[in-house]
Design a protein around this ligand. Sequence first.
Ligand code: ADP
Length: 459
Amino acid sequence: HATKKTMVDHLRKYESAFTLTPQRMRMITEAFKDTLEHGLKEYGQIVPMIPTYVFGWPTGEEKGDFLAVDLGGTNLRVCLVTLQGEGKFEITQTKYRLTEEQKHGDGEKLFDFCAECLQTFINTNTPEDGTGLIKPGQELALGFTFSYPCAQERIDHGQLIRWTKGFGAHNTEGRDVAAMFRTSLEKLHLPVKLTALINDTTGTLIASHYVNPRTKIAVIFGTGCNAAYMENVSEIGKIDNLGIEKSAQMAINCEWGAFDSFQHEHLPRTKYDQIVDETSNKPGEQAFEKLISGRYLGEILRLVICELTDEGVLFLGQNTYKIEKAYSFDTAFLSLMESDPTEELLMIIGIFSHFFALETTLAERQFFRALARLVGRRAARLSACGIAAIVGKMGYLEEGCAVGADGSLYNKYPKFADRVHEGLQDIFGDKGRNIVTHHAEDGSGVGSAIIAAMTKIRK
Ligand code: ADP
C-alpha cells in the first residue's frame, strides 16, 4: 500500500513553487527596469511613473514652522513641524477620526471637516499670550498629503483620478482637490497657505533624505506597496512639452505595485496567487503588489492551508469553516508564526485554536512556519528586484545608497529587511551590500512640511 506523505513531503512541493533563484531575480529586475523607462516616456503605461513636481532634494537647511494635513486612511492627521536645519526637526500632531459618512458623503463637506480640524489644531496651539507653538497673527505654509491617485501639473494642484482605500465622497473625482481644500480653508479665514499637494511615498523620500542624505529611494510595504525616487528631468520624456529645465531633477511616484499587471509575463505566480487575483475586486491589476503587500500575504498562505484541508491532509474531522473564510488569515499571523521562540510552537497553537478553533500537531505547526517563511521570503526578494531596478537605472550600485522603507511589513515582519538585503546580494553579488534599507522618516507629516518649505523657497 502507498505510504502516507509526511508534512515534510508536502512542504517540498511548496518550496519549489515559492522559491526564487538569483537568476530569475535578475531577469525580473531587467524587465522591471524596462517597465520603469517606458512609464517615464509615455502616459498610459502599466507602471505610471507619476511626475510629482517636487524638484530636487532638500538641502537639509530648510527651516521654520510648517503645517501638514494628512488625509490617507482611517484618521485625519494634523501636524505642526518645526524644521531646525541640519536635518533636524520637531513635530506636534493630533489625529481626528473620520466617520464613514464623511468618507462617503459630499466631498465639499469632507474638506470642510479637514479645515475645521486644522482650525481646532491652530486655535489650541495659538494662545493669545504668545507662549504657544504658533504665534498670534503668524501665517503658515501648509503641505497637504493626499494619498489617492491624482493627476498633477504643478505642486499645488491635483485632480483626483479616483478614490481608493474605501473612500467614496461624491462630487470629488475629476476635480482639483487642492482647490477644494483651499475653498474650505478660506471659508474659515485660516492663516495658512496651501503650497504643496503630495503623495505619502514622495513625502517619505524627501523626509528620509532630509535626515540621511544618502537616501535615494523610498519604499512602502504596508497594505499596499509603492516606491518613489529622484529622476533627471531629461529622462522624463512625457513632460518634454512643459519646458522644464532639462538639468533639473524631479521626484517620481512610481506606483510600482502595478508592475506586470494584466500581461503576467515576468512574475512567477503560483496557482494561489492566481486565485487571489481572480477573486479580488480588481482582477489583473496590481500584480506586483499582490505578491508582496500586507493585504495579500496572509491570504496566500490561507489558500495553501485550505488546499491541504480539501485534500484531507490537514484538520481531518475538525470543523474548518473559520479558516475557509476569505482574508481571515491576517499577515500579522505570518510574523507571529515566524517569530515563535518555543520548541513546541506555542504561539502557532494559540493562533489556530484561538482564531480558527483548530487543533494542530507539532509537525503541522512546523509546516505552517516553514510556509510562512516561504511566502514572506518571496515577498522580500521580489521587493529587492524592484529596488534593484531603480538602483540599476540610476547607476547607484558603485557608490551605494540608502533606501528609506516604511509600512508594517517592513517595520514589524521579522527578517523582512534582512531578506531584502540578501536578495540584493543575490542580484548584484557582493556590491549588493552597498544598498542598505533603513526605517524611513514620517513622510506624510515631516515630508509634507519639508516639501512645503522647499516650495516656499522656490517661489
Ligand atoms: P497602511 O499601509 O494601511 O498605511 P500599515 O503600514 O500598518 O498601514 O500596513 C497594514 C498592513 O500590514 C496590513 O495588511 C496588515 O495585515 C499588515 N500587518 C500589520 N501588522 C503586521 C505584522 N506584525 N507583521 C506583518 N504584517 C503586518
